[in-house]
Design a protein around this ligand. Structure first.
Ligand code: FEO
Length: 423
């Protein structure tokens, strides 16, 4: 490690509330996290220590290759024999890399995990650890450390099934795991002292939490009533200045604005298309007309494939119309469909259509991708060879109307069962 980075990384243990310490690690040179996330500012793996009159708790650990500094910080404050509890808010390896060694050094410490974390814990520890014990906890369960009480909040799927939060009652500190975190490394550690990390905060939300908005809202119901002096996430700055601002920002980010725009009674259908010679465009227009004939459906039509992720996320039905070129869907389609990985489309209605010259594979490909995203495809995709006839345009209108009827519950047909529904 060169001296410049060494200076940057150096950070002593810091006590930021009475008996509460940061013992994590800084990773300023990381440039990609989990293969897909850009981390231009590096990241931190925040782990914490809580000292009570009757024992110590370690809350989360660090990525494995940062274990040495984690243990050095831990040892500077407590003996391993003092550790009564190890709390794991989330079992992803960036927070459990040092766990097997910590368990070896503090064998008397009890592990506390959420009830959904059991299988992951076993899978995580099986190569390195023999038999071990753990306790699963739920909302309201507590661990007593004498004059300190840790209380758990069961908040799954943020962003793994196993996730929970831990609240230190006496100091009003929320150990929030990845929630309210971001990949932003600054050894000054606290939000009132580090640089401008707003972009990193929103970027992290958009890529990690956004697909789980419903679960964010469920978690906020448990978090918002808490007295909050500090939020201590597992990545990025500790939120000491105005912590409640980040809670309300999460609520804003997770709230749909479409309902306030078109009302709760209307359903939104969006049609995206691309067209080489105007034939797929013609189909899109007729489908939109057919769907728009039904009251209670608000149809939008876009002849672009820019990743309108916000629109897509809030729509109730998504129809994609693309031509087939050389037996494949055109590249912008792939770009659009891959951009949808950051939103939750499960249960939305989907449909595909397109004009083709001789083979027409694009429609099936788009349907397969939508099923992969757990969307429901109520009608088989519509394909037209080259220029649509009047009869085929009528079929387009009918296609749009039928999907709109399913969308509004006016269809007399039962919804078919998609494989995606069973997953
Ligand atoms: Fe920071 Fe989901 O681990």
């Amino acid at each position: 490690m060169n001296s410049q980075i060494d200076v940057f990384v150096h950070r002593d243990v810091v006590e930021f509330a009475d008996g509460v310490y940061w013992i994590g690690a800084l990773d300023p040179t990381l440039r990609t996290f989990d293969i897909i996330l850009s981390t231009a500012n590096g990241t931190t793996y925040n782990a914490y220590l809580v000292k009570g009159s009757d024992g110590v708790a370690v809350i989360d650990t660090v990525k494995k290759n940062f274990s040495d500094e984690f243990f050095a910080r831990l040892e500077s404050e407590v003996d391993y024999s003092d550790i009564k509890a190890i709390v794991l808010n989330h079992l992803e390896p960036d927070h459990t890399g040092a766990l097997p060694e910590l368990m070896r050094r503090a064998p008397q410490a009890k592990l506390y995990i959420s009830r959904r974390a059991t299988s992951m814990l076993k899978a995580l520890l099986k190569p390195t650890t023999g038999a071990f014990e753990y306790t699963t906890v739920n909302t309201g369960d507590t661990v007593e450390l004498g004059d300190r009480t840790l209380r758990f909040l069961h908040t799954p799927f943020l962003h793994w099934p196993d996730t929970q939060r831990t609240y230190l009652e006496e100091e009003a500190v929320l150990f929030s795991g990845d929630v309210f975190g971001c990949h932003y490394c600054d050894k000054r550690l606290f939000n009132g002292q580090v640089g401008d990390f707003r972009f990193s905060f929103d970027y992290y939300y958009a890529h990690i939490m956004r697909p789980f908005k419903k679960h964010v809202m469920d978690a906020l119901k448990l978090i918002e009533p808490l007295r909050l002096k500090l939020i201590a996430p597992t990545h990025g700055p500790i939120l000491r200045e105005r912590p409640r601002r980040y809670v309300s920002h999460y609520r804003e980010l997770s709230t749909s604005s479409l309902a306030t725009e078109i009302g709760n009674s209307d359903q939104s259908m969006i049609i995206f298309y691309m067209s080489s010679y105007g034939n797929t465009a013609r189909m899109a227009e007729e489908i939109a007309e057919g769907a728009g004939d039904l009251d209670g459906v608000r149809v939008s039509i876009w002849g672009e494939t820019e990743p309108f992720v916000d629109l897509i996320e809030e729509a109730d039905a998504l129809l994609f119309g693309f031509p087939t070129i050389n037996g494949d869907a055109v590249k912008p389609v792939g770009d659009l469909l891959s951009s949808l990985a950051v939103v939750n489309l499960k249960g939305k209605l989907g449909g595909a259509f397109g004009s083709y010259g001789w083979s027409g594979e694009a429609v099936r490909m788009i349907e397969d991708r939508m099923r992969g995203l757990k969307m429901h495809i109520p009608r088989e995709g519509l394909r037209v060879k080259l220029i649509p006839t009047e009869e085929e345009l009528e079929a387009c209108r009918s296609f749009g109307l039928q999907i709109a009827e399913v969308l509004t519950g006016k269809s007399s047909e039962k919804r078919g069962i998609d494989f995606a529904d069973l997953m």
